[in-house]
Design a protein around this ligand. Structure first.
Ligand code: NAD
Length: 578
């Protein structure tokens, strides 16, 4: 489901004037989509209509929600496997419920609404589950032409009169209502089966109301059914576990269509939660979350965090912000607005709805560090007016806002300081060292190093980061926590390592260093170990192999990718004719 808020539709073009226009956005303009109930998650409010929707939803056979066992370590492989299973199932004729099944479920629901459902449901279930029942017989059991059909074998004869079943489909007419009233009188009237005239009139009114509700319900279901029939082009619904209402959280992920956000979305969806991804698609890609688009517990909101938004959620993972230097330096003013206005908007939301909020801060808040490795207690060494300041200082002030809201407004906050992370779904043009080296080596191009290559970096695989974010959000520790892999490489050594793994003959070339590039970077992760019982599990080599496999596929699709260098980050100067 894609929701495009009104003000987002008014805006045209990318707010950053991004180079990312090759990634198309498709969205439906549904202004009135409803994301929450002001008094608690609507999923927990049971009404007559929701029972009906639930029953009919069960009939939408391919919207399956089944327990797939242990999902705590969900990986991209699991997602791919899930999709492959779905595709294989789709290829098997009859693996999805037929429209007839859907109609049967609607009728069962309608019958239940009138109170005659138990008979109808049980009889229909019995008939449809009996292998000997021909389709004609099954259809006749729910059709008004029932009376003209040959008699069913005794064992399957339905105990519900045909006209009663017919009501379940078409709604009762006046005569039938009389009959129904009489039947009701004889049941719940007990000894005295007589109703007063007024009572009878009220009862009839109620039933007529139900008729209207039923009709609306049927119309809605028809619409849903017609939109949801699987086709060769729409992706199948991912299988996710069912968890009790009381445990299911409604979780907002800003920047959820980006690299890290999409992996986090996978984890939370695979745990059975309801996830709302909010993204303006500056660096996010719709394909990162495409596999969730038809899932009933997933929503995509195309929105910019610099604008306020009203949602009802239990938790907010606030990731929205371009993360790579070429992207965040492309429009520095927008970057600082995203970190400041965006974070304050999300904190306002968290405060209003009482949600817990996690900020993805960065190791960049340490600037060019003079302490090595960097513990959380280190205050950093940031140039406030350098090219990286829009990002570094933006995140620093975002952290300050988090703790101001905690201290002043009791917002429950979490802050993760993330060190270099890599993995599948990194943007191919994000200009980061891992993606650049992999793309260059896969195309047998020279590996480009900015500076002499003696600067150090430590790289963590994305699944480790996602596990760390999850542990932080769900634990009790609310001070900043470094999340990174302390395995440290010089950039030159890293380039050689990638060449070695891929058995590549690519050259290594050295280009001028970029301004304010930190000379060393290595996390001290003792807080994460102590407070979250977390440490990275995936080795750099394992991670690189998975990432290379991903980029090989991306390259197959794209033909050629020219990795972004620092120059690409410069905003184009406006040429004004005088
Ligand atoms: N990947 C890393 O190595 C790393 C390191 C440190 C911190 N982080 C932080 O983690 C978060 C995610 O990083 P990532 O690597 O996935 O980056 P990414 O660029 O892939 O994802 C960022 C997402 O935010 C969206 N976005 C940007 N500005 C927005 C706005 N104004 N409104 C709505 N959406 C907006 C983008 O479209 C994108 O989907 C960021 O906050 C980043 O600062 C990442």
């Amino acid at each position: 489901m894609v929701v495009l808020p009104r003000h987002a539709r008014r805006r045209s073009g990318n707010p950053y004037g991004t180079p990312n226009s090759s990634y198309s956005q498709r969205s439906s303009a549904n202004d009135d989509s409803y994301h929450g109930h002001p008094y608690g998650p609507p999923s927990r409010i049971l009404s007559q209509q929701s029972i009906l929707l639930l029953l009919a939803g069960m009939g939408l056979g391919y919207m399956v929600t089944v327990n797939i066992g242990n999902v705590s370590n969900v990986s991209l492989d699991a997602i791919v496997k899930n999709l492959e299973e779905q595709r294989a199932a789709a290829a098997t004729p009859g693996s999805f419920s037929s429209p007839l099944d859907m109609m049967n479920n609607q009728r069962e629901a309608a019958a239940l609404l009138r109170g005659d459902g138990s008979n109808y449901v049980s009889n229909h279930r019995r008939a449809s589950s009996d292998a000997d029942v021909s389709e004609a017989e099954d259809a006749s059991s729910i059709s008004p032409e029932d009376e003209n059909e040959p008699e069913e074998p005794e064992g399957m004869r339905r105990s519900v009169p045909a006209e009663e079943v017919s009501n379940a489909i078409s709604g009762p007419d006046e005569d039938e209502l009389d009959g129904k009233s009489a039947a009701k009188n004889s049941v719940h009237g007990g000894k005295n089966t007589k109703h007063t005239f007024k009572e009878q009139a009220e009862e009839e009114e109620d039933i007529q109301d139900l008729g209207g509700a039923e009709q609306r319900f049927m119309e809605t279901q028809k619409l849903i059914a017609s939109q949801s029939i699987p086709t060769a082009t729409n992706p199948h619904v991912m299988k996710t576990p069912t968890i009790p209402d009381a445990k299911r959280k409604k979780i907002l992920i800003t920047g959820g269509a980006g690299f890290v956000g999409s992996h986090l979305t996978d984890k939370l969806m695979m745990e059975g939660h309801e996830v709302i991804v909010l993204d303006n698609f500056f660096t996010g890609q719709r394909k990162n979350v495409d596999h969730w688009m038809h899932h009933p517990r997933f929503s995509l909101v195309v929105h910019d965090v610099t604008e306020p938004i009203m949602l009802e959620v239990d938790e907010i993972y606030h990731l929205a912000c371009p993360a790579s230097p070429p992207h965040y330096q492309y429009n520095p003013v927008k970057t600082i607005k995203t970190s400041t206005m965006g974070t304050i908007n999300m904190l306002g939301l968290a405060k209003r709805v009482g949600a817990k909020m996690l900020l993805t801060s960065t190791s960049e808040i340490y600037g060019d560090p003079q302490v090595h490795p960097q513990p959380e207690s280190y205050w950093g060494n940031v140039n406030t007016i350098g090219p990286r300041a829009c990002y570094d200082e933006g995140k620093r002030v975002a952290e300050t806002m988090m703790y101001s809201y905690k201290n002043q407004n009791n917002v429950d906050v979490r802050v993760a300081r993330i060190f270099n992370t890599f993995g599948p779904r990194m943007h191919p043009n994000d200009g980061r060292v891992v993606s650049n080296f992999i793309i260059q080596t896969l195309q047998n191009k020279a590996l480009t190093i900015y500076g002499d290559g003696s600067q150090t970096r430590s790289f963590q695989y994305v699944s480790d980061l996602v596990d760390g974010l999850h542990a932080l959000m769900n634990g009790g520790y609310d001070m900043p926590v470094n999340l990174g892999n302390p395995d440290e490489y010089t950039v030159k050594h890293f380039a050689e390592y990638i060449k070695e793994i891929t058995k590549s003959d690519s050259e290594i070339t050295f280009l001028p260093a970029t301004k304010d590039d930190p000379t060393q970077r290595k996390p001290d992760i003792s807080t994460a170990k102590r407070e979250l019982d977390w440490e990275p599990k995936v080795t750099v080599k394992e991670g690189l192999q998975k990432t290379m496999a991903y980029f090989s596929r991306v390259l197959e699709e794209a033909g050629e990718i020219i990795p972004t260098g620092p120059e690409a980050s410069k905003p184009k100067r406006k040429i004004v004719d005088e």
